[in-house]
Design a protein around this ligand. Structure first.
Ligand code: MN9
Length: 294
């Protein structure tokens, strides 16, 4: 079994000026992240604006990433409010030989937990792929505690959790009881807390342009150099605090643009970054980021 622990960039989706996926820039992004040391990619997640894309666009992204990712680990987020679309995407992930599928909990209609659980089981069963449950209560509105999460973890069809919550007590309980399952931390600004409570790595949006810092942080932590790891956490948090003021994903695309990529903007209804936001990024973020190779 492949080692699926590590630092996974939750890839942004670059768009051209007509709103189409910019394949060239997406390929460059994947290569740049391999240079920064990322272990893998989380494809078509929240950061990739995937819940605003159609099935064909999501397949296009999955294919381009696969073609450029060399032997990095690949997780396809196939979650959709349309379970039919999710099945189609899961089958595509299987055909492309992705390592795992992952899905946000079905949202909006306030499904019961048995409905949510069966959604996940059907997707894993039908695709023959292992599922990483994407736990992100802030966006999905679906709260799951230890009892719900462990009902997945004890099941062979589930690989583990993408844990985007600051409920580190629950994270620790999950890891302690299911040490063989992988738990990937979701909030970049708290990855050190996550690692301390048993996370096997992280999946993050800010890794797109600073995966090197998270690779270093994780290595320092694993070597027992917790104070040095905390300094790296503090360094990235200074940057993330700027992003939060601007709007995280919008700011991330602007960072890529200022680094010499051509990412365009987030899809509407996201607003474009203002001139003031661009200036903040130029002054408070870019000087601290490693540039891409020409
Ligand atoms: O994939 C990301 N979560 C969301 C994880 O986009 C909701 C994080 O990387 C955050 O963007 C990041 C900033 O809050 O931690």
């Amino acid at each position: 079994m492949k080692d699926l622990r590590g630092i996974y960039t939750a890839l942004l989706t670059p768009f051209d000026d007509k709103g189409r996926i910019n394949e060239k820039e997406l390929s460059r992004l994947v290569k740049h992240n391999l240079d920064l040391g990322a272990d893998g990619f989380y494809v078509c997640g929240s950061t990739g604006e995937a819940l605003m894309l159609n099935v064909n666009e999501r397949k296009q992204i999955m294919k381009i990433v696969k073609e450029n990712a060399e032997n990095a680990n690949l997780i396809a987020h196939i979650g959709s409010i349309s379970e039919r679309d999710a099945h189609e995407l899961a089958a595509y992930a299987k055909a492309l030989d992705y390592d795992l599928i992952s899905s946000v909990a079905p949202f909006y209609y306030k499904f019961s937990f048995p409905e949510i659980r069966d959604y996940y089981i059907r997707l894993a069963e039908n695709s023959g792929m292992k599922m990483l449950v994407y736990h992100i209560p802030v966006f999905s509105g679906v709260g799951m505690g230890f009892d719900e999460l462990s009902s997945f973890l004890k099941d062979d069809r589930f690989a583990g959790l993408k844990f985007t919550s600051n409920d580190f007590f629950t994270m620790e309980r999950c890891k302690a009881q299911f040490p063989d399952k992988i738990i990937l931390n979701g909030y970049d600004e708290m990855i050190l807390s996550g690692l301390s409570m048993g996370a096997d790595g992280g999946i993050g949006s800010t890794y797109n342009f600073m995966a090197d810092k998270f690779v270093l942080l994780r290595r320092l932590f694993s070597e027992g150099k917790v104070e040095e790891a905390a300094k790296v956490q503090s360094e990235v948090n200074r940057i993330i605090a700027v992003l939060i003021k601007i709007g995280v994903m919008q700011a991330e695309k602007e960072i890529m643009n200022q680094l010499g990529f051509d990412f365009g903007h987030c899809l509407p209804p996201f607003k474009k970054v203002t001139e003031e936001g661009k200036k903040m990024i130029a002054e408070e973020v870019i000087p601290f980021i490693r540039k891409a190779k020409a």
